[in-house]
Ligand binder design. Structure first.
Ligand SMILES: *[C@@H]1O[C@H](CO)[C@@H](O)[C@H](O)[C@H]1NC(C)=O
Ligand SMILES: *[C@@H]1O[C@H](CO)[C@@H](O)[C@H](O)[C@H]1NC(C)=O
Ligand SMILES: *[C@@H]1O[C@H](CO)[C@@H](O)[C@H](O)[C@H]1NC(C)=O
Length: 573
């Protein structure tokens, strides 16, 4: 489509004074909004009017627009999104303020643009798969505005006439959302801390600095039980800054002990022998064990740990399937009603496929089977599951062992099977886990998050910028210009992404980086004076790589590659 500037402007002015009457009028809006001339700030006054008109169209018209946006070629769709984001950024922070009318006269510009962007976002999330990744809707300029003000407006006025970016969470980057969640929780924490301070003073007791921390004291020999006890006893303090002490060991927690505590606990809890989680070999994900117990408090502990990790900017190396985070956000805020169901999301065969691809494959085959299922398969609504080596049977519905699976009821069978594995058989476990997480991360701000974003908050971001890592790296015993260090970066920058991630995993215990980028990560290379035929080692609790002073690049590359390829064996911790 080629646009003639003058005719476009005439057309715009014409439209700005009339409402669309026909589908052709609406079509004109659709085309005009795509006009590449609107990239220039000199057209922004007209663009803004067009956006306002588009934003205030009827719901039926919006419906058409969303549908039409889905049919756009990828490149055009992307440009449209980028242009709108740029419009918002430049209105907020104009490069040359004189180019635009004074802000006071344009307060409606940004809301209009954001509402049009919401139509594009709707088009994107309704498409399967999405046209562009959800992160392409982030506007990181907004990381620098007063986010708490936006949050308060949203909390006070909801989705009514006062505009807040929180009504349109797709535009807020995950770093911005993390800021909101943390601040909101700090505010709750300060309220709690102030209350306990007031109580102490009124009882004429001396306030104590430790009141400001969540002090957890554990014995290494009783790690899980002690941690469970401490966190239960101190559940009012979960939002305070975490400080770990290992009983009988001197040492001030400067972050290293906290990290060690997380690593040791997670490792112990996820061991298949421990019985809480089962490891799925075909997907390499963990899932809740359906084994019945008297108390599910250990599952609550795992949820609490995940919440604490978010709060304390620690990335956890936990591998749950993506739909787990959908469940964790169902609902995003804990219901006040005691008997409400939690952690139940509508899940499909696609979700099951993430966790148990082989089983999902079999069920898909059943659904597509063209012969007579009842005669050829002889299955019933009874299934079998192995638990600690013992095969147990379950009825998917009452009397299931006597109900044959037929061509007519196979959809029901598959749905019940999925509900059994991903919900019913582990309902209590998951509910405890859900409450644990939300006991720390209790904020309405969780409503702003996509399940994918929760996963990144907990486990870190899979994007690794190795140059950024090089920038933040600190040295001990070496200087940046030492030959060994120069060889090191030559080798590492030349590594495949896979190997670079293995290096990160070897040194930090996780191949992902915290949200907000590497700023939250410390990464240190320390010289150890050992013979150079030794391999490098790592202290994962301190994100510290101990590098012998290798004399040449070849030697360094060989030793480093061996060390990081055998991650399990060499970490010192
Ligand atoms: C942890 O506590 C449970 C019950 O409170 C007990 O049965 C179990 O033996 C304890 N485990 C350890 C390692 O102390
Ligand atoms: C919650 O469930 C219990 C028993 O399961 C029942 O006695 C109680 O009335 C229920 N409460 C509400 C508010 O539904
Ligand atoms: C999930 O499990 C709970 C508890 O067994 C059950 O009440 C619920 O119906 C199940 N499924 C769905 C989709 O809610």
């Amino acid at each position: 489509m080629v646009y003639q500037s003058s005719s476009v402007l005439i057309r715009v002015e014409f439209l700005l004074f009339s409402r669309p009457r026909t589908k052709d009028d609406l079509r004109a809006y659709f085309l005009l909004v795509q006009n590449p001339q609107f990239t220039s700030t000199s057209t922004y006054v007209i663009y803004a009017h067009l956006l306002r008109q588009t934003a205030t169209l009827s719901e039926a018209d919006h419906h058409f627009l969303v549908h039409w946006f889905q049919t756009l070629p990828l490149r055009r769709f992307k440009q449209l999104v980028e242009r709108l984001l740029q419009f918002i950024s430049l209105r907020l922070f104009p490069a040359k303020p004189d180019d635009l009318p004074p802000m006071a006269k344009c307060t409606w510009w940004i809301p209009s643009a954001t509402r049009v962007l919401a139509l594009l976002n709707a088009a994107n999330s309704l498409a399967n798969p999405p046209i562009i990744p959800f992160v392409d809707f982030y506007n990181s300029t907004l990381d620098h505005i007063d986010l708490m003000e936006e949050y308060h407006i949203w909390q006070c006025y909801g989705n009514s006439h006062r505009f807040s970016f929180c009504q349109f969470p797709f535009i807020l980057s995950l770093a911005a959302k993390k800021i909101i969640i943390q601040r909101d929780s700090e505010r709750q924490m300060i309220t709690v801390a102030r209350q306990s301070l007031v109580d102490k003073v009124s009882r004429r007791q001396k306030p104590d600095i430790n009141m400001l921390f969540l002090n957890v004291k554990v014995r290494r020999s009783h790690l899980v039980n002690d941690s469970l006890d401490e966190l239960t006893r101190k559940r009012a303090d979960l939002k305070k800054k975490l400080k770990i002490t290992f009983v009988g060991e001197a040492g001030l927690d400067m972050g290293g002990l906290t990290k060690e505590w997380f690593i040791l606990l997670i490792r112990q809890i996820f061991q298949p022998d421990y019985g809480m989680f089962t490891y799925q070999w075909d997907s390499r994900f963990y899932w809740f064990s359906s084994f019945k117990c008297e108390s599910y408090s250990e599952f609550q502990l795992v949820g609490t740990l995940m919440g604490l990790a978010v709060y304390n900017s620690i990335t956890l190396n936990v591998r749950f399937p993506p739909f787990c985070y959908k469940k964790l956000l169902s609902p995003p805020v804990v219901p006040t009603h005691q008997n409400a169901t939690v952690g139940v999301a509508l899940l499909t065969l696609d979700d099951l496929r993430q966790l148990m691809p082989d089983l999902a494959h079999g069920l898909t085959a059943l659904i597509n089977y063209e012969g007579n299922i009842e005669e050829d398969f002889c299955s019933t609504f009874q299934i079998f599951q192995e638990e600690f080596g013992i095969l147990k049977s379950y009825n998917l519905k009452p009397g299931g062992n006597r109900i044959p699976v037929t061509n007519q009821n196979r959809q029901e069978y598959v749905q019940l099977y999925i509900d059994f594995l991903l919900n019913k058989s582990i309902y209590k476990q998951f509910a405890a886990f859900y409450y644990g997480f939300h006991s720390v991360c209790a904020s309405n701000a969780l409503m702003l998050l996509l399940p994918e974003e929760v996963e990144i908050l907990v486990c870190g971001s899979p994007e690794l910028d190795i140059y950024a890592l090089q920038k933040i790296t600190q040295y001990e015993g070496y200087s940046k210009m030492d030959p060994t260090i120069r060889y090191f970066w030559d080798v590492v920058l030349g590594f495949s992404l896979e190997l670079q991630k293995q290096l990160l995993h070897f040194t930090t215990g996780s191949d992902r980086v915290p949200v907000g980028g590497l700023a939250d990560l410390s990464f240190k290379i320390t010289k150890i004076d050992v013979p150079t035929d030794w391999l490098p080692v790592a202290h994962t609790c301190f994100n510290q790589l101990c590098l012998p002073p290798y004399k040449n690049k070849k030697e360094l590359k060989q030793k480093l590659t061996i060390a990081i390829s055998n991650t399990e064996g060499f970490g010192l911790e």
